[in-house]
Design a protein around this ligand. Structure first.
Ligand code: INI
Length: 153
């Protein structure tokens, strides 16, 4: 039996983060979590490109273009959709989910899904450095693991 587990060495890696400005009180915290964790695992600041887009719905298009260009090893997507604050919650959620899924499966590099979908702002804040951790940080370790895993396949 051979088992594979991706390791977390980011020292030679270049990454992109696509982050939504909508609900930026929370998305900035997700971004901070991702940046901090990438740095802790050896990714240099110069090797990280951060792309701000208007809202979660715009994330897949920009992530797709970055993936197609092929000059990064992986992409983190970050956004926050709060049910209580939008009448088109379901549309934004399904659009961003199917868009990111498509790029994650068909694109050149791994893509992490860091778009929170919550009932209210409190739940979102809990997942952005509060009592439920930080999804941005989780995406950062997950991305390094996936990049290394793909090199092993
Ligand atoms: N975008 C978000 O990222 N989060 C939201 O909660 C949200 N709400 O509430 O509507 C939201 N809407 C904007 C959407 O992502 C697009 O930017 C907009 O529809 C223009 O395409």
């Amino acid at each position: 039996m051979t088992e594979y587990l991706g390791s977390l060495n980011g020292s030679k890696l270049k990454t992109a983060i696509v982050v939504a400005r909508f609900n930026d009180l929370v998305t900035k915290r997700l971004l901070d979590g991702a940046l901090q964790t990438l740095a802790q695992n050896g990714v240099s600041k110069e090797a990280i490109d951060v792309y701000w887009v208007p809202g979660a719905f715009e994330i897949p298009r920009v992530a797709q273009k970055i993936s197609q260009k092929g000059n990064v090893d992986g992409i983190i997507t970050l956004g926050v959709v709060v049910r209580g604050e939008t009448s088109h919650y379901e549309s934004v959620c399904s659009g961003v989910t199917s868009g990111i899924t498509q790029i994650a499966l068909e694109g050149k590099v791994p893509v992490m899904f860091g778009v929170l979908m919550t009932e209210n702002m409190e739940q979102a804040l809990n997942r952005a450095g509060g009592k439920a951790g930080n999804k941005g940080s989780e995406c950062a370790t997950g991305l390094l693991e996936m990049i290394d895993m793909e090199q092993k396949i």
